[in-house]
Design a protein around this ligand. Structure first.
Ligand code: SAM
Length: 271
């Protein structure tokens, strides 16, 4: 990146700017944007990824919160008719206002780490509009997103994101690629919303509830952690061994538990 503009990185906005050209190219290659595609970049900063995204010929919308970065971004990219800048908080941004066709929006971001999880959930509220997402995140978060059942990384984040998306941990990025260097390692993840949910729950809010309750005390058995929601018999009837711990259950089993809870709450009590 050129350093003509003097912008002091702000901690409260999670600003760690990418300056390693090799890493920037690797990310752009992984995204492989094509002319005419609808691209959305969250937190463009000083434009490290923006430049390459625009040169793909895609139609790029960017959402940046920091007012001080707006003139910098305008100065660099406003002359490009494919560039649209939105100043504001990505967590409050209404993605449907971009009017993308279903399954078309390609979301990209070297995300501020403090908003990464709520932002992914915010985006997943409109998963049907999204073709894919490529994010730079804290490496530990990527490991949790891509986790498989049975290990310590498998939890609420893995399950709720894998409910909606296929997750691929693409590669790790050392802290030296950023200015200033963050204290943690980073990684690039690709999330691709499923065209059809592989394990649809009858009520997604109940799935969230079961998963939250189960992992509140991840060392305990399901029979214990879920006792306010489901009896031991109901757990068994869902085809789940109540003596297991939550991290031993796959997504399909959590969906069966949520559907059992749904059955319980919708069946009228017998007189
Ligand atoms: N994409 C740039 C790069 O790779 O060099 C900047 C990455 S920096 C880690 C995160 C960027 O997100 C910053 O520009 C920051 O101002 C912006 N940001 C922080 N919170 C935001 C929010 N809630 N909505 C939109 N942008 C935000």
């Amino acid at each position: 990146m050129t350093e003509h503009y003097q912008h002091r990185a702000r901690k409260r906005f999670g600003q760690n700017f990418l300056h390693d050209a090799g890493v920037i190219h690797r990310i752009l290659r992984a995204i492989h944007a094509k002319p005419g595609e609808r691209l959305l970049e969250i937190g463009p900063g000083q434009g490290a990824l923006t430049e390459g995204l625009l040169s793909s010929g895609g139609m790029l919308d960017v959402v940046e919160l920091d007012l001080d970065l707006i003139p910098i971004l305008k100065g660099k990219f406003d002359s490009n008719p494919n560039f649209t800048l939105h100043q504001g908080d990505a967590l409050k941004f209404d993605f449907t206002s971009l009017n993308p066709a279903p399954n078309s929006l390609r979301v990209v971001g070297n995300l501020p780490y403090n908003i990464s999880t709520p932002l992914i959930f915010h985006l997943l509220e409109n998963a049907s509009l999204i073709r894919d997402m490529h994010f730079m995140l804290q490496k530990e978060v990527v490991e949790r997103l891509a986790a498989t059942p049975g290990g310590g990384d498998w939890g609420r984040l893995s399950i709720m994101v894998q409910y909606h998306c296929a997750v691929e941990h693409l590669f790790n990025v050392g802290s030296g690629a950023f200015n200033p260097a963050p204290k943690v390692d980073s990684a690039i993840v690709r999330l691709v919303p499923h065209a059809t949910l592989p394990h649809p729950a009858k009520d997604q809010r109940l799935l969230e509830r079961v998963v939250r309750e189960a992992f509140n005390q991840r060392r305990k058995t399901l029979r214990n952690t879920l006792k306010a929601l489901l009896s031991g018999e109901a757990i068994e009837a869902a085809g789940v061994d109540g003596s297991l711990r939550p991290e031993q259950l796959d997504l399909a089993a959590f969906v069966r538990l949520a559907d059992k809870l749904h059955e319980q709450t919708t069946v009228a009590p017998a007189h």
